[in-house]
Design a binder for this molecule. Structure first.
Ligand code: NDP
Ligand code: 8X3
Length: 250
């Protein structure tokens, strides 16, 4: 199976940018989507493959549909969709969490991913090939204090990925949920709303995953033979693991 075009959301930073570099190094054509156009343009200049830039807020359903309808013919057959755009906002316990933060996470991590998937999937099933990689998180399977809405959006991503597989079974289309643990990108800077010191403290004393680690895994998953579907891949830094049950004693 010859795969040619990869559409990556959230390509202006972190995993998405590293995935763009990974696929470009292997000759794939790229469609790069994010809100920060100038970052995408700078990245595209560095890549030696055809790149189509889509400045896009994945929360805007109409904009997503229009942008995807407007993809030039030479990029239109998307072989791999990396649904990576996403974010966590805040780490406050639920009774104190900001409702606006919750809405942004739901709109981006869930609804944005749905808008992208629903538009791209019919072409894949018609061509009887394609791969959708959804960027989940360990937070989708494992609870932690303050993970409330963020973890729940990633649980959605995990279960949606499994349900998608059921719906495309027999079409040759593959679906994978990748669930990374702690990775040193702009994720914490966004979560802590630009507070650089707080963000940096997250990774202190830990050899966290890098964006390149996740790009390598994403690329590997999609370059498996056509009959191999990796359903769910969870990966953590070696220094990270789960915690014991918490007990609130009287
Ligand atoms: P970054 O903050 O470095 O990158 C996030 C990307 O998402 C940016 O390119 C950003 O682009 C894009 N994005 C955010 N909101 C929107 C939007 N509304 N529309 C379009 N693009 C958007 O973080 P990561 O690379 O770490 O995160 C990538 C994915 O990986 C996320 O889904 C995150 O939840 C997940 N993840 C991250 C982990 C980590 O520890 N880093 C671990 C597990 C999962 P722009 O701002 O230009 O729009
Ligand atoms: C990002 C990893 O542990 O901060 O999804 O939720 S975590």
């Amino acid at each position: 199976m010859e795969i040619k075009t990869v559409l990556i959301t959230g390509a202006s930073s972190g995993f998405g940018e590293a995935c763009a570099r990974w696929y470009a190094a292997r000759g794939f054509s790229l469609i790069l989507a994010a809100r920060r156009r100038e970052r995408l343009e700078k990245l595209a200049e560095e890549l030696d493959v055809p790149v189509y830039i889509m400045q896009l807020d994945v929360r805007d359903r109409e904009a997503v549909e229009k942008a995807l309808d407007g993809i030039p013919a030479e990029f239109a057959c998307v072989d791999i969709l990396v649904n990576n755009a996403g974010l966590a906002l805040g780490l406050a316990p639920a009774p104190e969490a900001d409702m606006d933060d919750w809405e942004v996470m739901v709109d981006t991590n869930i609804k944005g991913l749905l808008y992208m998937t629903r538009k791209i999937l019919p072409g894949m099933t018609a061509r009887r090939r394609g791969h959708i990689v959804n960027m989940g998180s360990v937070a989708g399977s494992w609870p932690y204090p303050g993970g409330n809405a963020y973890g729940a959006t990633k649980a959605f991503v995990e279960q949606f990925s499994r349900n998608l597989r059921c719906d495309v079974q027999g079409t040759g289309v593959r679906v994978t949920n990748i669930a990374p643990g702690m990775a040193d990108t702009e994720f914490s800077l966004v979560r802590f709303k630009g507070k650089a010191e707080k963000a940096a403290a997250t990774y202190e004393g830990v050899k966290a995953l890098s964006a390149e680690d996740i790009a390598e895994i994403t690329g590997w998953v999609t370059l498996q033979p056509a009959h191999v579907n990796i359903n769910h891949l969870e990966v953590m830094p070696t220094q990270q693991a789960w915690s014991a049950f918490a007990v609130a004693r009287e």
